[in-house]
Design a protein around this ligand. Structure first.
Ligand code: AMP
Length: 189
């Protein structure tokens, strides 16, 4: 299996680039944000519990997202590999993911980290909010809260994978195709 984490702050282009990467490499896209929004749309108990965190720009508790990822991985034993988008977002999630993959004699092969500065992120997210239908993209204070969550809880995930030399930084500013080109240079599959 080839397992890739597309890493970066909210608004860094993970969703857009994930769509292109899964098409090129035949990986299964696992976006915890998308999975949580589906749970909310279906009005499940999990969705209802997650919504209040998401509306405030806070991370949903680790057990919730780890449980979702575990069942998605277990449901796809034939997968060529997974592209993780928006997960792991805490070191506890990263450790749980490493253990889940190790149980199947697999591991994370590479972490591609998109680099975009904060003011660019805020302006992209506010812009996306005009059309995305996502309430967490329309309010600047919620956007800033998401960036603070990223800096305090998620950035340490890159340090976790840097210990095993798995992190490659990629400039996340430019055209969609330019950034895609830079990402693919690092994928040996
Ligand atoms: P995203 O679509 O990745 O920007 O995620 C939207 C929101 O869903 C985040 O602001 C969090 O509230 C929640 N969320 C998504 N993925 C995770 C995760 N791995 N851990 C905790 N919360 C998450």
């Amino acid at each position: 299996m080839f397992n890739l984490i597309l890493f970066g702050p909210p608004g860094s282009g993970k969703g857009t680039q994930s769509e292109k990467l899964i098409e090129k490499y035949g990986l299964i896209h696992l976006s915890t944000g998308n999975l949580l929004r589906e749970e909310i749309a279906n009005e499940t108990t999990l969705g209802l519990a997650a919504k209040s965190y998401m509306d405030q720009g806070q991370l949903v508790p680790d057990e919730v997202v780890i449980g979702m990822i575990r069942s998605m991985i277990n449901a796809k034993p034939e997968a060529k590999g997974f592209l993780f988008d928006g997960f792991p977002r805490t070191v506890a999630q990263a450790e749980a993911l490493d253990n889940l993959l190790a149980e199947k004699q697999n591991e994370i092969n590479i972490v591609l980290a998109l680099i975009v500065d904060e003011e660019e992120l805020v302006s992209r997210l506010l812009n996306r909010g005009k059309t995305s239908g996502r309430s967490d993209d329309t309010n600047e204070s919620v956007i800033r809260a998401r960036i603070v969550e990223y800096e305090t809880k998620t950035a340490p995930v890159a340090d976790h994978y840097a210990k095993s030399n798995k992190v490659v930084k990629v400039k996340g500013v430019g055209s969609i195709d330019e950034i895609f080109g830079s990402l693919t240079q690092h994928i040996k599959l």
